[in-house]
Design a protein around this ligand. Sequence first.
Ligand code: ZN
Length: 537
Amino acid sequence: MFANDLNLSEIVEFNEGDINLQGRRLLLHDLQAFSELKKDLLEVLDFEQARKILIQFGYWWGKADAAAMKRVFKWRSIEELLKAGPRMQALAGLAKAVVKHLTVEPFHMELLWHESVEVSEQISSQGAAKDNTCWILCGHASGYASFCLNREIYFIEEQCVSKGDRICLAVGREKRFWGEQINGHLSDFKLKDIRNRVEQLSESLRRKSSQQNDQRKNSVIKNPAPSSVIQPEIRSTSYMRVLHLAERVAPYDSALLITGETGTGKEILARHIHSLSNRRDKTFLPINCGALPESLLESELFGHTAGAFTGANRERAGIFEEAAGGTVFLDEIGDISPALQVKLLRVLQEHEIVRIGENRARPIDVRIMAATNRDLHQMIMEDKFREDLYYRLAVVEIHTPPLRERVEDILPLARHFVKNYANSLKMPQLRLDASCLDYLQEYNWPGNIRELENAIERAALLCTGNVILPENLSLRSNYLKYNIPSSDEKSVLSLEQLVSRHIDSVLKLTQGNQRKACEILGISPTTLWRKLKELKR
Ligand SMILES: [Zn+2]
């Protein structure tokens, strides 16, 4: 056998799911994926360590190729066996490898690599390099020759296109003939250093994460209420945009309107903005304008004098005064009456209030945030909401997207709630079953984050053995995305169409054999014949 007679289609068997080189399993992979892997290695480790790993990878690969070549073929000479190494590099797509020089005793081999895959990866992903980059190739050549001769042979790349040379040239010699020059390279072939490095890294990671845990614990004690749902890793760009906007507007005292469907976390966002503002050490007072009758809401907001109305026994300050220096959050602002809208407008314009039953105005110092799930523009057109009040409130308007538009956040939020309930219900092992993951993402979440939190709480109470299953979540099936919507009747097949398609598929399966098809369908040949006739076939 001559090295040049090696032919890919003869030595490699391409079966689906099993590519095979004379009994050795091979794997096709993608250059882009390799490129990403290399980038990750360079990032996680350092340049030296990443290079070592790839040289080692090539070394094992070369050794395995040599073992196969030695076992499978009868070689004309040891030279031909050695030349089969670079031939395999070419067949594997690593480079067009050419043997420039070869003597076996003492071993000396020079290889030229044209169009090295490692050069093209380097140039396309990062541009020219300062160093050689044909690491896998060097490893492969070294592993291959070492196995063939059963001696320690090392290839060093002396020129490389990546660093501006005209061609990639590697020289291989036995260790004892390399002399001093090899010492710097030897460690590239030894993995011990990498293990040390990985141990160092994981130690420092452990230290870092325990520090972070301590910091987190401290910050929770100092600042108990806000941002419980802002905490988990937000992945969706739509909510990242909301958070960026929130950060930008937090330091200013301007009024703020948060819009969005019920349950999208408007109050939590308001608390978050408050916690980032200069008022963070003062109170955040929320009030639900939709939950109180008008007269009660008015006295809650503005306060009253003693005897101002029946039941007002004592003088009382409203929340605009109570929140002095802090933030007032007016939830469901779309629900307030026209009379209160006028009074609120005055608060926003003059920064003062008048208690019920009093004549004098009192200055106030609060930031006002409001929220609504209603369409205020529509209400303005219908004369149900004052346009001037809207513009005073919506100096900055932030829209919180519904959960179904931020699918990437569903699982992190679900896991966050699972963790919370694991703590509060004292079920440390509580977790989601894998079958929940798709299920949660397929759901439309009409009630948004609040519905998700409720579903997890309910599931935590209902599940057995600390594992939450889809049925424990009790989601409403008509909001599952993969259900056929009842309005879309055209896409549902008629019984006749269904029968016709089924017969087709069975006939396809039996390759047109009607007798076999009858057996599978459980009908007589006459019935099949009649059906086909009915279906005009
Ligand atoms: Zn090179």
